[in-house]
Ligand binder design. Sequence first.
Ligand SMILES: [Zn+2]
Length: 285
Amino acid sequence: MPELPEVEALAADLRERVVGRRIERVDVAAISALKTFDPPPTAVHGHQVTGAGRHGKFLDLEIEGGLHLVVHLARAGWLHYRDSLPPTPLKPGKGPIALRVRLADGGGFDLTEQGTQKKLAAYLVADPKAVPGVAKLGPDALAADAATFAARIRSRRGQIKGVLTDQDVLAGIGNAYSDEILHRARLSPFAISDRLSEAQMTTLFEATTTVLTDAVARSVGQGAASLKGEKRSGLVVHARTGLPCPVCGDLIREVSFADSSLQYCPGCQTGGKPLADRRLSRLLR
Ligand SMILES: [Zn+2]
């Protein structure tokens, strides 16, 4: 799933390639992907793209006339830019393309989603805050200072893995980068948020800033096509179950969490003790 660094890189890519160009038309191939109906997509036909940014993990394309195309790529969504789009119209409901933005000079981009679970969401709005997920976002994970960060984390009592990835607490961190942040901070993913010491909180803040800043630096300028590979190569624990931890050499382990799983290093994060997989032990009981 694209998180803060990847969405930031996509926004940077759009600023470079698309801002200043004119939209010829917007084609919606997956009807369920477009969550708004007023204004209709035709409202941006002939309008110039004036900016590109992000709100947490939401991408925001600013369009002349005061409109925003806000996109949440969900788990399997992506943006594919092309210098030249095929002239044939999109066939609704066929293939991974959810929505196509065709520019007046023949280029443009597709929003795509792999798999059968269709969760990609696009909104055409006058104010990004009209998008429910954007309205309730906490401060951006890279913009919060140490005091704000600590206050936000302590505002929600729970396992730190869940609190870090709660977009209402801090915006932008998902499953992959929370694993990386907690490993760098040497914290158990099951540590309780409001019981962290001052020193642990400072370490967590610094780890968050470092991990996300490094990932943005690696991602921006890579171009959308190679971004996913770049994300993978920069990760130390996430999706590396069974491989040695580059810090201590212990084997990276995995445990189920929420509707997915998390990876961590027992040597660095849990005093050498593997975490109990609650879902598994519940099944065995
Ligand atoms: Zn380790």
